[in-house]
Design a protein around this ligand. Structure first.
Ligand code: CUA
Length: 154
């Protein structure tokens, strides 16, 4: 026979688990705090043949507006060199072919997680000319330290 107090604790701890699950679910779906913040998915095995990643690179899409389609993989960013005029708004569309990578741009607020299977979109305006260092800030393996590129604003 189970003690009455044991039953109470069982029910309490079970209730707590359900409670945490509800909170996490609420955060993920209602507050969009889950790792991929939007539902755009991609098959990480078929990145090279899935638009727009079948044609990575930089494209002018308007006055002072650019689109950068970027693929991240161990341990590189493709395209590797990006150059835009000062005052440009750049829309980054990114995905990973293998593991979770980071996309952090020094001297900006740009900091995104790039998860295989998902499309990450982030926009940044570059006003100040200079060389912006892009780093992977998610540990992705032996070459993680070397995973970097630059964005040149002139
Ligand atoms: Cu890619 Cu660290």
């Amino acid at each position: 026979m189970m003690h009455r107090s044991e039953k109470v604790w069982l029910i309490l701890s079970f209730g707590m688990i359900i409670g945490f699950m509800l909170i996490t679910g609420y955060q993920t779906f209602a507050l969009e705090m889950g790792p991929p913040s939007y539902g755009e998915r991609i098959d990480p095995q078929k990145v090279d043949e899935t638009a727009p990643f079948d044609n990575p690179g930089i494209k002018k899409i308007g006055e002072n507006e650019y689109e950068v389609v970027m693929i991240l993989q161990v341990f590189s960013f493709t395209p590797n060199e990006i150059e835009v005029p000062a005052g440009s708004t750049v829309h980054f569309i990114m995905t990973s072919k293998d593991v979770v990578h980071g996309f952090q741009v020094a001297d900006t607020n740009l900091n995104a997680m790039v998860v295989p299977g998902y499309v990450q979109k982030i926009t940044q305006k570059f006003d100040k000319p200079g060389e912006y260092l892009v780093l992977c800030n998610e540990y992705c393996g032996a070459g993680h330290q070397m995973m970097s590129t630059t964005i040149t604003v002139k």
